[in-house]
Design a protein around this ligand. Sequence first.
Ligand code: UT7
Length: 334
Amino acid sequence: MNYINAGPIKAAITGLGAYVPNDKLTNADLEEMVDTNDEWIVSRTGIRERRILKDPTKGTSFMAIKAAEDLLQKKNVSPSQIDMVIVATITPDMNVAATAAQVATQIGAVNAFAYDLQAACSGFLYGMSTASSMIASGRYKKILLIGADKMSSIVDYDDRATCIIFGDGAGAALFEASDSGFGWEDEYLRSDGSGRKFLNIRAGGSLHPTSADTVRNKMHNLYQDGKTVFKYAVSEMSNATEQIIQRNSIDTKNLKYLVPHQANKRIIDATAKRINLPKEKVMNNIEKYGNTTAATLPLLLNDYEEKLSPGDKLIFAAFGGGFTWGAAYMTWAY
Ligand code: UT7
């Protein structure tokens, strides 16, 4: 049964691009910075290293532009053909002036409109829903969706509970009308604002404008109650994934890959276990990038692109700040 694409146009991902900075932050580096150790980090999170955009003059747009250019070059698409650019991010270059507008202009997408989408670690998942719907509407032909985050700009490197998890990176996907019948099949997306007390950046918005106090109290850094977020993430990612499996009558034997947000290897494993999926059917690159927030899903797709064939069944799942979460079903189109 098809819940989403009732109309005649089905959207599909037709190209991918990615960028991660060269500089690595390893577990050994973190041992020098906070009271932690490689064994704890690997066993509790599965992460060995992350990439960090060290240049202080460069923001998230730098990585988003690189990922978009990688895609355009690989696909041989002219930027002037792009109708829309969406950047999913929680680390925009600036609070006002959309990072997506900067990206669109810098890549030469002169005929596009552009805006940012903020749904934390679910940003790319929600963005796929938006891009697919826009394509399915028939009004737009080529949409560039980018997930990009410079997490190092908001992480407190004195807080061992958060600084070990996050890294920087960007990934891009091109959405077009499918010519194969494969593409976006279904989505189950939810949010719960009561979760914001467990995962947030408290200040810098209208509720707590920037002041000397907010800076002194580190209210501009990412705060996370890890244990609570972990619990919700396992339960909601699993529930959403099960919903998608049930209502699309997917036999997991025929599933090519689960594409889970890379927050913690234990969350990924628990989600896979709930649906009895062996680990070779679970996309995974957390070991080398950590949690890149909105960039995890496109970075996974980019890493596994060569292994994908038309018709492969993929289930995406994510959970993040807000809270925001969900799962989606896609058949791969190329
Ligand atoms: O991406 C979107 C949303 N984010 C997530 O989904 C992340 C969800 N949360 C997590 O991944 C995990 O909760 C963390 C990795 C953040 C923490 O792992 P945990 O297994 O939940 O650890 P914990 O917070 O329960 O702490 C266990 C112990 C504590 O010590 P005591 O109180 O038992 O003595 C912590 O102080 O581990 C200690 N600890 C550390 N030890 C060494 C916390 N961080 C560290 C550390 N190194 N980096």
